[in-house]
Write a new protein. Structure first.
Ligand code: GLY
Length: 524
């Protein structure tokens, strides 16, 4: 089955059982400050589980775009070496909001995997949470699996939570033996080695976890399931790695073709190709969902992914920006299911090229500076770059810590990561204090009465297209272009200005591919 058929078969199977087909939400969660990115199918339904909002339908099915690069679920470091990990992936899921519970969730999942997906029952295992007698009994009764193939596991594996807070509950996972021709091994050994592969997690949502660690029962026990499309595709297509499925084939062929090489020839180059392919998917979908590269929050994650892909591109021999030329392979892979990629084609391509060009320039200059710092430290008898020195390379030359680390490793030099983190935290604190006191501006110029008052829309909007009507340097001089700290007056704004004892809003200005941070907002 091609991945598009697997996605469709899942959705149709549950739609046929009264589930509303709901489109994937964007990767950026709406109105949820507890998460940087959507990391599971249930995120867009969180309020239904909590009973804060009522769904139109008590059952839903989705194929959800997910990103696991931060917070509780973070797979970034495994991407490249691992055949199974991704930053961006698609999660198939069926959901019950206080409607059916364990029995129907288990029965329907079993029917799908052994029916339309054609997996052999004797190649499957199920796990349940250690004290979940009910789930164990249901599995034994419904599936007919022998007791040795329904296993109890602890909290680490069989209790699922969205994040540090939010809905959570015990879960039950379906595993496939990917090498049934070999003699059976113990479940722990098989799952640790990746031979017994988890393809589907059924979460029995029962609790809400609060910031103070308390858990309270949800208004209604519910179901949230997640099956990684990439893994299911690997199993159903009979390949050993998710990267050998059709979800990656077109992209990897494009990466290898552009590099004038082949995927599967050189294990080291393969790692880099997987990183590029994985990150291209993440970058393409983030841009299509409106995230822009920046030095903070979501934009910073995007920037890091883009730069990491670019660095691995350098290892493959690319000397010029190349990522944008791969975007069509992404569009082709997802044609028909995620139209946002096509809609964002031009701006995405322009942003990727601009960002990559800037990064290549940064690295070209920065690499020399790292070498210099290493030579100096070596001359002084050291074998580790100090935290302050690493921070200077990062802060002054814009070099990502990963790049510094990599160059240092090539020189068999260590870096003081903890010292770097401390210096970074200190700088964040300094810039926060500075923005709060408004002292980023040397003076606050006064504006003439001929400027119309700025229209304030902040009770309604958090984002707005606006026009700059006056622009000043930090010294108050009128300019038409600004590099560095300054002051801008807008015709309209959603930013709340310092007033009545409240500090001014902070945020971002973007336009013409440029970006500026708003450190403070005030009224004249
Ligand atoms: N929410 C289910 C999972 O992510 O596995």
């Amino acid at each position: 089955m091609l991945s598009r058929d697997i996605r469709r078969s899942f959705i149709d199977f549950y739609a046929g059982r009264g589930h509303a087909e709901v489109a994937s939400s964007p990767l950026v969660p709406r109105d949820d400050p507890t998460l940087l990115f959507v990391n599971a199918g249930m995120v867009q339904f969180k309020n239904y589980f909590l009973g804060v909002e009522q769904p139109d339908s008590p059952r839903a099915v989705t194929s959800q775009k997910c990103l696991r690069v931060s917070g509780k679920h973070n797979d970034l470091e495994n991407v490249g070496p691992s055949p199974r990990h991704h930053t961006f992936f698609e999660m198939l899921g069926n959901f019950s909001f206080g409607d059916y519970f364990k029995e129907e969730a288990i029965a329907s999942a079993w029917e799908l995997v052994t029916g339309p997906w054609g997996l052999r029952p004797d190649h499957l295992f199920a796990t349940v949470f250690e004290d979940d007698d009910e789930a164990e009994d249901l599995w034994l009764r419904i599936s007919g699996l022998p007791p040795g193939r329904v296993l109890r596991c602890g909290e680490k594996d069989n209790f699922w939570a969205m994040g540090e807070t939010g809905p959570c509950g015990p879960c039950s996972e379906i595993f496939v033996d990917t090498a049934p021709e070999l003699p059976e091994v113990g479940f722990d050994e098989g799952s640790d080695s990746g031979r017994y592969l988890e393809i589907w997690n059924l979460v029995f949502m029962q609790f809400e976890r609060h910031e103070d660690g308390r858990s309270e029962p949800l208004p209604n026990p519910s179901i949230d399931t997640g099956a990684g499309l990439e893994r299911v595709a690997a199993v159903l297509q009979g390949v050993d790695s998710n990267y050998d499925t059709d979800l990656f084939g077109t992209i990897l062929t494009a990466v290898a073709g552009t590099a004038g090489s082949e995927y599967g020839r050189d294990p080291e180059a393969d790692v880099s190709m997987r990183v590029v392919a994985d990150h291209l998917r993440a970058v393409g979908f983030l841009l299509a969902d409106g995230v822009l590269p920046s030095n903070e929050g979501r934009g910073y994650v995007l920037r890091r992914l883009l730069r990491r892909a670019s660095r691995h591109g350098m290892k493959l021999g690319f000397e010029e920006p190349f990522l944008a030329s791969l975007l069509p392979s992404l569009e082709e892979t997802f044609a028909g299911h995620y139209p946002e990629l096509e809609k964002a084609r031009e701006p995405s391509s322009a942003t990727v090229t601009a960002e990559e060009t800037r990064f290549l320039e940064t690295v070209a200059v920065g690499a020399g500076k790292v070498q210099q710092a290493i030579e100096e430290a070596r001359a002084a008898g050291g074998s580790v770059l100090g935290g302050e020195a690493v921070f200077r390379l990062y802060d002054t030359f814009g070099l990502p810590i990963e790049t510094v680390r990599e160059i240092a490793e090539e020189e068999q030099f260590g870096i003081d990561e903890e010292g770097f983190e401390t210096a970074l935290a200190e700088q964040r604190e300094r810039s926060r204090a500075k923005s709060l006191s408004g002292s980023a501006m040397a003076t606050r110029p006064r504006f003439g009465a001929d400027l119309a008052a700025t229209r304030f829309t902040g009770y309604r909007d958090l984002e707005l297209d606006a026009r700059v009507v006056d622009l000043r340097t930090a010294e108050g001089e009128s300019v038409v272009e600004l590099n560095g700290a300054g002051l801008a007056v807008f015709d309209q704004t959603p930013f709340y200005a310092e007033s009545g004892g409240q500090v001014g809003d902070v945020g971002l200005l973007t336009g013409n591919g440029d970006e500026a941070r708003v450190l403070d907002t005030f009224k004249d």
